[in-house]
Write a protein of this length. Structure first.
Length: 278
C-alpha cells in the first residue's frame, strides 16, 4: 500500500511539473532580438521577473529578420530596428507591425584621423560613407543637418550619387563598404561610420566630430508588436521597465556611451517622416 501511495504521489508530482512548465511557457513573452541587444534584454528580463513577467529571449542571426518571426507569430515582440526600417519592412511585405515604444538610438558619426572640427573641413574634402542605401542616406542627412550639403526635394531616406541637391563645399562623397569605413579614414579626410562598425574598430561616440541625436527620428529604435497586441498591458509594463532611468544608466554603462536611450511619446515619433523634408 505504501508503494502504491508513493507511485500515485510520483504521478501527481509529474503532472504538476508538466502543468507548471506549460503555464510558464504560456505566460512567457517571447522577445526577438539580435545578439547586440542581448545584455540589455538580460537586464530587462531580471527586472521583469520581479513583476512576475517571464521573458523568453530569442536571438536571431543576421540571416533571419526578426520582423518575419513576429509577423508569423514566432515571437510576441521584437527590439532590433529603427522606425524607418520598420516602415520599409511593412511596405515591402504588406504587413502592419506596430511600434509600441522607443528604446535607443545607435548614432552614426563623422570621424577623422586628421581633423578635429568641422571648421577644418576644406573645399573638396573626401568623405567616405557606407554604400548601402540606408546608411548612405543617413550619412547625407547627417551632413545636411550640419549645413554641409542639401539633399534632393524627393529624398526618401536612401542614399545615392543623385540624392545631393546642393554641395557648396564641393565635398567628394566616397561610397565604400560600410565595414571598411574605419580603415578608409587613412586615405580620406573624414568617414561617416555606422555605430556597430565604429565600436568594433575601437571608436566611441565621443570620438565623433558630429553624430546623430534624437532629432533624427527615423533612426530611433523601437519595440515592435503585431497590431492586435499594441495595447497589451503586459507589453506596456515591459516598455515601462525599458524606459526607466535605471535601465538608461545600465545601457550607457555597457555601451560606453555609444547608445543613447530614448524615451519619446509615440505621437511625437509618428512625425518621423518630416525629418526627410527639412
Amino acid at each position: 500500500m505504501r508503494k502504491l501511495n508513493y507511485f500515485f504521489g510520483l504521478i501527481a508530482l509529474l503532472f504538476l511539473l508538466v502543468a507548471c512548465a506549460k503555464a510558464d511557457e504560456k505566460d512567457a513573452v517571447k522577445v526577438g532580438i539580435r545578439s547586440s541587444e542581448l545584455k540589455t534584454w538580460e537586464y530587462i528580463k531580471k527586472q521583469a521577473a520581479k513583476e512576475d513577467i517571464n521573458l523568453d529571449l530569442v536571438t536571431f542571426s543576421a540571416q533571419y529578420d526578426p520582423n518575419q518571426a513576429l509577423a508569423e507569430g514566432e515571437v510576441d515582440i521584437n527590439a532590433f530596428q529603427h522606425i524607418a526600417y520598420l516602415n520599409l519592412f511593412n511596405t515591402s511585405n504588406d504587413t502592419d507591425l506596430q511600434a509600441i515604444g522607443t528604446t535607443i538610438m545607435a548614432p552614426i558619426g563623422l570621424y577623422s584621423n586628421k581633423y578635429k572640427s568641422l571648421d577644418d573641413m576644406k573645399e573638396g574634402a573626401k568623405i567616405a560613407v557606407p554604400n548601402d542605401p540606408s546608411n548612405w542616406g543617413r550619412a547625407l542627412l547627417l551632413l545636411q543637418e550640419n549645413g554641409l550639403l542639401t539633399v534632393t526635394d524627393n529624398f526618401d531616406g536612401n542614399g545615392g550619387e543623385d540624392r545631393i541637391k546642393d554641395n557648396p563645399k564641393k565635398l567628394n562623397i566616397l561610397p565604400v563598404d560600410g565595414a571598411t569605413t574605419p580603415r578608409v579614414m587613412e586615405d580620406a579626410d573624414f568617414a561617416i561610420i555606422n555605430n556597430g562598425v565604429a565600436v568594433e574598430a575601437g571608436l566611441l561616440l565621443k570620438d565623433a566630430i558630429i553624430h546623430e541625436n534624437e532629432t533624427a527620428k527615423p533612426f530611433i529604435n523601437v519595440i515592435v508588436a503585431r497590431p492586435e497586441e499594441k495595447d497589451n498591458e503586459t507589453l506596456k509594463k515591459i516598455i515601462g521597465i525599458y524606459q526607466r532611468e535605471e535601465t538608461a544608466k545600465f545601457i550607457k554603462d555597457i555601451s560606453n556611451g555609444n547608445y543613447i536611450p530614448v524615451k519619446m511619446p509615440l505621437d511625437e515619433l509618428a512625425t518621423w517622416k518630416e525629418f526627410y523634408l527639412h
